[in-house]
Structure formats: C-alpha cells, structure tokens
Design a protein around this ligand. Structure first.
Ligand SMILES: Cc1cc2nc3c(=O)[nH]c(=O)nc-3n(C[C@H](O)[C@H](O)[C@H](O)COP(=O)(O)O)c2cc1C
Length: 197
C-alpha cells in the first residue's frame, strides 16, 4: 500500500531553495509528495533559483510519487479532510499566509489544505521567513503554535559551524522531516555532540 502523501505548500517568502530541497528529500525517501505553490511563490522561485517553478515540476513529475495542484484548484483532493495525508509543511511560509492561516482564511488551495491539516489535527510545520518580526507576525505564529503547528524558522545551526547556505538548508530540511515524523532522528553529523573535555 502506498503511504499517505506529505503536502508541501510553497509561499512567496524568500527561501524557495528550502522547498526545492524538501521535495527532493521526500522523493528520495520514496515518500509521496503533493505540492501547491502560491502565485507569489512562483515569482520568488524564479527570482531566487535559476529556473521557473514549472521547470522544477517538470523534473518532479518523472517521479511516480509526485503530484501537484494549482493554487486556484479548490476541487483538489487535499482541500478535503476526507483525503488522508501524512501532514503538511509550508516552506517557506510568508507572513501573509501565516496571518491568513492564523485567522482561518482559506481563499486558495494552499491555505485550505493547511486549514484542513489543522482541523484534522495532522502534523503541520511552518518554516516562516521574515526579519525582523513585528508583534502581529509573532502573535500569528503563537496562535498557530498553540493550535499544534510546529514553527521552525530556518535558523542556521551555528554550533555545527555550517560552511555555507546549502548546509543550513539541508539542516532545516532534516528538521522538517523529523517534525513530521517522516524521519525519526537527525543524521549523526547534524546532532549536537559534547566536545571532548
Ligand atoms: C523577492 C521577494 C521576496 C519576498 N520575501 C518575503 C519574505 O521573506 N517574507 C515574507 O513574508 N514575504 C516576502 N515577500 C512578499 C510576499 O511574496 C507577499 O507578501 C505575497 O503577497 C505573499 O503571498 P502568498 O502568501 O500567497 O505566497 C517577498 C516578495 C518578493 C517579490
């Protein structure tokens, strides 16, 4: 039996590379993935990565466990709680989508799928990206945290002395997999170790 898919919602915050690496990592693990990208996400993707979002989709559709829906497609299966999923990651999560979700606003498929994930009490992980954060951003994230969502900012693990952005992205992706229960632990080289004393 094929496992239930993980939904990856991609919004228009900076950090498209996190979404790309996350989808790659899930497919490498043979985990079924459903993606939905906001219109702003497509713009930022093109700006930050040297490809269009459609180019990435064209690669992923080669994988039998990959599905994607348009953000306007409110008839997609992930718009209903009756469709089983293993949870959802919003990566990166814009403050606009965080605010909408915190207030139960679901004008597009990405937000509807996230709202469904919350109401069905399935794992929901947000990778918010904005700096600095004002009080409304913080209050919205607090609301979502209290509802059970995991708020996972893409912070560098300074103690691991990451050499570059790729190292930070890999770390954040692995953290997201653990938060969903897709991986049971971080790889050994990403765990904090006591120094030799
Ligand atoms: C290049 C670029 C980078 C952006 N970076 C961020 C960001 O880091 N965080 C954020 O909250 N919004 C960011 N925005 C603004 C969002 O894209 C904008 O608020 C948009 O309405 C979000 O829509 P969505 O939530 O439907 O994706 C950025 C926009 C652009 C064009």
């Amino acid at each position: 039996m094929v496992a239930s898919p993980v939904i990856v919602g991609i919004t228009g915050a900076s950090g498209s590379v996190i979404a790309r690496e996350l989808v790659d990592a899930l497919l490498e693990r043979e985990t079924p993935v459903v993606t939905v990208a906001s219109n702003a996400a497509r713009m930022v993707w093109h700006e930050e990565l040297d490809e269009s979002y459609n180019d990435a989709v064209a690669r992923w559709v080669e994988h039998p466990h990959f599905t994607q829906y348009a953000v306007s497609d409110l008839f997609a299966p992930i718009a209903s709680g009756t469709f089983p999923t293993a949870g959802m990651v919003i990566a990166p999560a814009s403050m606009n989508s965080v605010a909408s979700l915190a207030h139960g606003l679901t004008p597009n498929l990405l937000l509807r799928a996230a709202d469904v994930t919350l109401k069905e009490r399935r794992p929901l992980t947000l990778i918010p990206r904005e700096t600095p954060l004002h009080a409304i951003h913080l209050e919205n994230m607090l609301t979502l945290s209290r509802m059970g969502a995991t708020i996972l900012p893409p912070e560098p693990p300074f103690y691991l002395k990451p050499l570059d952005i790729d190292g930070v992205v890999r770390f954040v992706v692995q953290r997201a997999l653990v938060s969903l229960g897709i991986a049971d632990r971080l790889p050994d080289d990403m765990q904090y170790r006591d120094r030799e004393r």
